[in-house]
Design a protein around this ligand. Sequence first.
Ligand SMILES: *Cc1c(COP(=O)(O)O)cnc(C)c1O
Length: 408
Amino acid sequence: MIDLAARDAADPLAHFREQFALPAGVIYLDGNSLGALPKAAPSRIAEVVEREWGDGLIASWNDAEWVTAPRRIGDKIARLIGARSAEVVACDSTSVNIFKALAAAVSLNSGRKTVLSETGNFPTDLYMMQGLDRLSGGRIVAKAVEPDAVIDAIDADTAVVLLTHVHYKTGAMRDMAATTAAIHAKGALAIWDLSHSVGAMPLHLTDAEADFAVGCGYKFLNGGPGAPAFLFVAGRHQADALPALSGWFGHSAPFAFRDEYEAAPGIERFLTGTPPIIGLAGLEVGVDLMEQADLSQIRAKSLSLAEVFEHGMEPLVQRFGFTAAGPGDPAMRGSHISYRHEHGYAIMQALKARGVIGDFRDPDVMRFGLTPLYLSHADIARAVAILAEVMETGAWDRAEYRVRAAVT
Ligand SMILES: *Cc1c(COP(=O)(O)O)cnc(C)c1O
């Protein structure tokens, strides 16, 4: 038996739970998709709206330091991902940043034309590659191969490899340093999608010699729905990487209003347009909170929560037909745990009706996010107990639980 009370009593992160506003009676296992609301966010966002916007009006671009927010928050995110100052900006969506990174990487490796990824990657990663392919009129070719075949598929025509560090469905985690080294050995550049990694574990982009990276602000960073994402460009590439989306905020002198584009010298060249200040304010609250936590402790607790989850699932797996969707070794997974079940959608709806909120990914994957800042071991054990009850009573087997909502 796992001693839940002892683990929770010894949990160095337990006090972070107080910093989040979560509804009573809810066990929230979807923080890998939309992080919970930090209690400090509503008042900070209200301050930005009422005081900085309402009273300060346009002067707030300077006085409230709005104009430097993408870079200031980018520097904070850099510390969470093992990057250096001036290598990260908080901007745009992850999708848009993927496009920016791909285009810049291809321009750096211009003798080669393939952008390579894995089948089953998060769709937007593949779609952005395909869009760049169409736009380029044959100059750039998008290609995806089976996850295990990626390194072998790199050839003399491969300009860049776009990989997701932690897989959104299965939770499978790649070895960033080893994979980047293998990509470099074959002359290609590496772009890492950190959407399910940032804020969930220590990351070491500089040590891994990553070239580019992107990630989400609204998942483990708790930045709020649709929060700005981030883009990392290794310092060594910045001078040579010309942005394809050459917007005025990436100009060396935006307020000179010149006709000709001239890229800003550093990471700022990867900004596009006017930053979304209200969204950035929410993101900064989440990032500031994350900066107070020790990422090694976050990773250790994530593994401990996963152990409790898996231990509780043991008697259910065979009896009710669940299959683990990710690697068996927790060290090879990120911070969510997934199971396949043919009635996964209905089972998840039954769980939600009982206050256990996870999510579902087609065709049959039930995902449970393990967010160490606001979940206890007791929460996890209780969630699995509720799942056991739903299965034992057959409570999931109702017509209303089979109706698919627009967002699953
Ligand atoms: C969540 C996620 C995204 C989301 O992209 P948006 O542009 O924010 O919608 C992209 N990539 C991966 C791997 C994700 O998990």
